[in-house]
Design a protein around this ligand. Structure first.
Ligand code: SAM
Length: 312
């Protein structure tokens, strides 16, 4: 049994993570929501974007500081302005397109309950054309949801579906919290875990998948972004570098280099029909360059896959 299962607080000083850590939008894991929003903002400015998130730039401006530098280019050394960053923006664009199209398919199939796990600054409740009667549940830590709610209020924006916040940590009993907000497990649902699994230790990933499976009626959809763990020594070296220098991207101090089970394997074993698309294959399909295998970007994106499944 792990410390998590015992509910005992464990802290690994090299990661900066604890079993029950919390954050707001500009700190720790919360700031990763701004990092991917800044990527979407940069994509939206391209002449031929793969996806346009019209809110992403505003979120960054409201957050200020380095997030404005990232999108205005005032700090040429910002990680999103480097060679790595250019590939990272393509990666985010591709994944936004992949998951947007997934939701179009789920809605077309008649699904009217949508669950966005680790919603962060995901603006799909506002920007996708949801059919009447759709309810979008957004789960994330309370302060992250609060930032987006306040931002949308200041912009005077209203969601395109009924949006219900579930302010909770996904290492806690989120299925119960979701049901308490009105989620109906007897009706089909469409789930997304985008940019989430790497921030959860393996036992919490397993509980997340089990929670989805337990609440998903036949006809439900799930889509997941997953990463296979890096070689242990390479990962530890990256983490030590990041922990030693405030100049380094803190990413490696925030993630768990763990994978409970590949999503296709896990869901297929429980009656779902699943398909995995390696990110590199998808980048090629959507006409974006694939970073070389020995580059910093290639090392990261080469581990990533996009998975979607439907429950029979
Ligand atoms: N899914 C969004 C997107 O793709 O734009 C946000 C992705 S962001 C990289 C990671 C998000 O996961 C953050 O919003 C963070 O708060 C959330 N997150 C990570 N671990 C979490 C946990 N244990 N409980 C709740 N939210 C979590």
């Amino acid at each position: 049994m792990t410390c998590q299962e015992h509910g005992v607080l464990s802290r690994d000083v090299s990661t900066g993570r604890t079993d029950n850590d919390s954050w707001d939008i500009t700190t720790s894991v919360g700031s990763t929501a701004l990092f991917v929003a800044a990527s979407r903002a940069l994509e939206a400015r391209k002449p031929e974007p793969l996806a346009v998130d019209r809110y992403a730039e505003t979120f960054c401006r409201m957050a200020g500081d380095q997030w404005v530098d990232a999108i205005d280019g005032t700090d040429p050394e910002h990680p999103l302005r480097t060679e790595f960053g250019r590939h990272f923006v393509n990666f985010q664009a591709a994944r936004t397109k992949y998951f947007d199209e997934y939701f179009h398919r789920a809605a077309a199939a008649g699904v009217r309950q949508v669950v966005v796990l680790a919603a962060g600054l995901d603006s799909r409740a506002y920007r996708l054309p949801w059919p009447d009667g759709t309810v979008v549940y957004e789960l994330d830590q309370p302060k992250v949801l609060e930032f987006k709610r306040d931002a949308m209020k200041r912009l005077g924006e209203t969601p395109a579906a009924e949006r219900r916040e579930v302010a909770i940590d996904l290492r806690e009993d989120w299925p119960q919290a979701l049901r308490a907000k009105g989620f109906d497990p007897s009706e089909p649902s469409a789930w997304i875990a985008e940019g989430l699994l790497i921030y959860l230790p393996a036992p919490a990933q397993d509980r997340l998948f089990a929670g989805i499976d337990g609440l998903a009626a036949p006809g439900s959809f799930v889509a997941v972004e997953e990463a296979s763990p890096m070689p242990h020594d390479a990962f530890e070296a990256k983490r030590a570098e990041a922990a030693a220098s405030p100049e380094e991207n803190e990413f490696f101090t925030l993630v768990y280099n763990e994978q409970h089970a590949p999503a296709e394997q896990w869901f297929s074993a429980r009656g779902w029909v699943a398909a995995t698309t390696p990110l590199h294959e998808y980048l090629g399909q959507v006409g974006r360059p694939v970073p070389g295998p020995d580059t910093e970007a290639g090392l990261m994106t080469g581990t990533i896959s996009l998975v979607s499944a439907t429950k029979r």
